[in-house]
Design a protein around this ligand. Structure first.
Ligand SMILES: [Zn+2]
Length: 434
């Protein structure tokens, strides 16, 4: 697979870190001058831009959290006058106000560049036909993939999400070779393909970039097998830059972070302290080239590890593991920390159940109850009820052994759990309703 920007992506780490420090110092100066909330935070912490003398000094700077963006809604964190802003995006606010992000022309160019690096690493070149079934709109998913594909010189098809039959027809008729969407939508499209009477041999897809929701290795295998492609992980968040902040190479051993534009740290989510290299913790990004919204030490809530070792692909950029979940998504059930991804892993390893499930947590008589709804896979439908009981006991026992808590397993018929066209709703926590 090609390396889009070899000089940068394979730069010796020492040189890369020099570049990062120079850009960090410029950025900290710039936000101190131009962004009032940052100046106030730094003054309060007793830090001046000149105090940033090494990369380690970054840890002296205060964190930025989503609430800061809400408090300064909509444009209060922007570091440039509005006349320089050329694009606005926003992340869906499930609670409270949306978080609004702005990009200058140069920011959009950098976004296209990092997305081009990502797609190239996954095999996209100018002969590729890239179908983007992420939503286009205020969400950054669609545009990131689109700009990256265009930059490479591939054919970019912005189908956006939804209307699965039309997606499959376009895939067939336009000869799409590469698919960008959420992993759950990729699985859903693989079902539509079969429902329409086609097989993976009827389409030309070779690869896909999937992200915007957590997914496991088992889901990767499933997508690869059902669509006959290589499925790669892509990472991004609108506050930082959208898809392309991190990307997998052919080695599929973690997502390379575009470290010439973003400095990555891992912290203990409880204490805020930086953890030793290689330890699990919350991922924190600092933007060091962004003009409109250069966030400093932005807490992503994603829990993962960072590996700074050299990759077999030759890239020197650090690699981030698949996030095991968001610290926000972490459920505390009967005092036990549970990530939905851990339950998904159990389900994926159990024969007889399909990778479509819903987790429902409730509190009844002051006791947390965990229900897992999961579809039986097609081939087992003819089995007798007795063996379905055995199946649900098996799943329950597995969950008990992995998580140490008991779950009520409710097996349901195939295709009864709603399919997502974007981010799937897999966890319903009813405890907040009481
Ligand atoms: Zn690599």
């Amino acid at each position: 697979m090609a390396i889009w920007n070899k000089d940068i992506e394979t730069m010796p780490r020492e040189k890369l870190e020099e570049l990062q420090l120079k850009r960090l110092q410029e950025t900290v100066n710039r936000v101190y001058e131009n962004v009032k909330p940052y100046r106030e935070k730094m003054d309060k912490a007793g830090i001046k831009p000149d105090d940033i003398k090494t990369l380690d000094d970054l840890s002296k700077l205060p964190f930025t959290v989503k609430q800061d963006l809400r408090d300064n809604y909509p444009y209060g964190m922007f570091a440039v006058p509005m006349e320089q802003v050329t694009e606005i995006h926003a992340s869906s606010g499930t609670t409270g106000k949306q978080t609004v992000v702005g990009l200058t022309e140069k920011d959009v160019d950098i976004w296209a560049e990092i997305a081009a690096r990502a797609l190239s690493a996954m095999g996209v070149d100018k002969n590729s036909v890239v179908q983007t079934s992420y939503g286009f709109g205020l969400f950054t998913g669609g545009f990131g993939a689109h700009y990256g594909a265009r930059k490479i010189g591939a054919v970019a098809i912005p189908t956006s999400s939804g209307n699965s039959k039309r997606q499959i027809n376009i895939m067939k008729d336009f000869g799409s070779t590469f698919l960008c969407c959420t992993p759950s939508y990729a699985l859903s499209l693989s079902e539509t393909l079969v429902d329409m009477g086609f097989t993976k041999d009827d389409i030309k897809l070779q690869g896909g970039a999937f992200g915007a929701e957590p997914w496991t290795e088992e889901i990767r295998q499933e997508i690869q097998e059902k669509l006959g492609i290589n499925a790669y992980d892509i990472y991004g968040l609108s506050e930082i830059m959208g898809p392309g902040v991190g990307y997998e190479c052919a080695d599929q051993s973690g997502m390379h972070i575009n470290e010439d534009h973003f400095i990555v740290e891992v912290i203990d989510p409880e204490t805020g302290e930086v953890v030793p290299d290689g330890s699990m913790g919350e991922i924190v990004f600092t933007c060091i080239t962004k003009e409109a919204l250069p966030l400093i030490r932005y807490r992503t809530r994603d829990i993962a590890t960072i590996n700074k070792g050299m990759c077999r692909c030759g890239r020197t950029f650090a690699r981030m593991s698949k996030p095991m979940g968001r610290s926000d998504d972490m459920l505390i059930i009967r005092g036990v920390n549970v990530f939905p991804s851990q339950i998904e892993e159990v389900l994926m390893k159990t024969e007889g159940v399909a990778p479509h499930y819903q987790i429902i947590v409730d509190r009844i008589n002051n006791k947390d109850m965990l229900d897992v709804l999961v579809e039986v896979s097609n081939k087992d439908l003819t089995d007798e009820i007795k063996s379905l009981e055995a199946l649900s006991k098996k799943v329950s026992a597995e969950i008990l052994s992995v998580l140490g808590i008991k779950a009520n397993i409710k097996l349901v018929e195939p295709k009864t759990i709603a399919r997502s066209e974007g981010k799937s709703v897999r966890v319903i926590d009813k405890r907040q309703l009481h």
